[in-house]
Design a protein around this ligand. Structure first.
Ligand code: PAF
Length: 281
């Protein structure tokens, strides 16, 4: 596997593959890779001739009081993890390659409406940063297929919309969330949890399962949301949201709507913010 840091090097490699008629799959990441990321590479590997992964901790998607500075940067480990999955190329650009005029002076993309709720409401500007960097990465890599984890459900929906709205010539693939044995969704941020917090964290997934169960039994979604939020608060979590939404556009469902729904939770446990979701079909 080659590691490339600059745009000309990346383009040269991709031109070489394209000249042989090969297809390109892409997995954008912020690094500190775990088995969840590796499963995304595996999915791309099975569908395209070549696979590119990127590692870039994108400054424009972090709020002023978020964890940009302390976000784990583990490039050597990431190289080994990607090589293990038979990834062809790791693109690890610096900030100047992605933001040639500086992150503050960059063009910014906004995907309307779907970004204004949930994560977007609690992390203002976050999805503008995500859409901007992903669009830039798509322009650089020009993949046929890009794979995103369902764990960041709203992000996936934002990217799908952006690709469709801008008529970008690639397919977006959603990959299932990978979980630890106790149900906790794999995330680079799990390592911020203390031992005691890590033991409590699976309550988020347990709450999602319970929400699904209650919905199947015919309970009203608003009541289910309130009960799940109260249970998390009792266990010491500080929820940002505990909701049931339409999976398609994340709008509130009608009272009797039962299909195509998703439950989404974001909650703080100590200093760590955890998110997870569960589709109801
Ligand atoms: O999901 C992530 O790791 C990031 O939001 C992404 C898609 C790589 C953009 O920086």
């Amino acid at each position: 596997m080659q590691t490339v840091q600059d745009a000309p090097g990346l383009r040269a490699a991709i031109r070489g593959w394209r000249s042989k008629g090969q297809t390109v799959g892409f997995v954008p990441t912020m690094g500190n890779l775990h088995a969840g990321h590796q499963s995304l590479v595996k999915l791309a590997r099975a569908r395209t001739d070549r696979v590119v992964a990127s590692v870039f901790v994108n400054p424009t998607q972090f709020g002023p009081n978020e964890d940009f500075e302390r976000y784990p940067r583990t490039l050597a480990q990431d190289q080994a993890a990607l090589a293990e999955q038979d990834c062809d190329l790791l693109f690890a650009p610096d900030v100047a390659t992605i933001y040639p005029f500086g992150a503050e002076h960059s063009i910014s993309l906004r995907v309307p409406v779907i970004t204004e709720t949930l994560e977007g409401a609690h992390r203002p500007g976050h999805f503008d940063g995500v859409a901007t960097v992903v669009c830039k990465l798509f322009n650089l890599v020009q993949p046929d297929l890009a794979v995103f984890g369902q764990k960041d459900f709203q992000q996936l929906k934002v990217i799908e919309r952006m690709v469709r709205d801008l008529s970008l010539p690639l397919k977006v693939m959603a990959a299932p969330t990978l979980r630890a044995d106790d149900g906790l969704a794999l995330s680079s941020r799990n390592q911020y949890l203390s031992v005691e917090e890590r033991a409590r964290a699976p309550l988020i997934y347990d709450s999602l399962l319970k929400m699904r169960n209650l919905l199947e039994k015919g309970h009203a979604w608003r009541v289910i949301e309130q009960a799940a939020a109260a249970r998390l608060v009792r266990a010491g979590f500080v929820p940002d949201y505990v909701v049931i939404r339409r999976a398609e556009d994340l709008a509130e469902p009608a009272t009797d709507e039962r299909h195509g729904l998703v439950a989404l939770i974001a909650a703080r446990l100590g200093n760590t913010r955890l998110i997870d979701n569960l589709m109801f079909d």
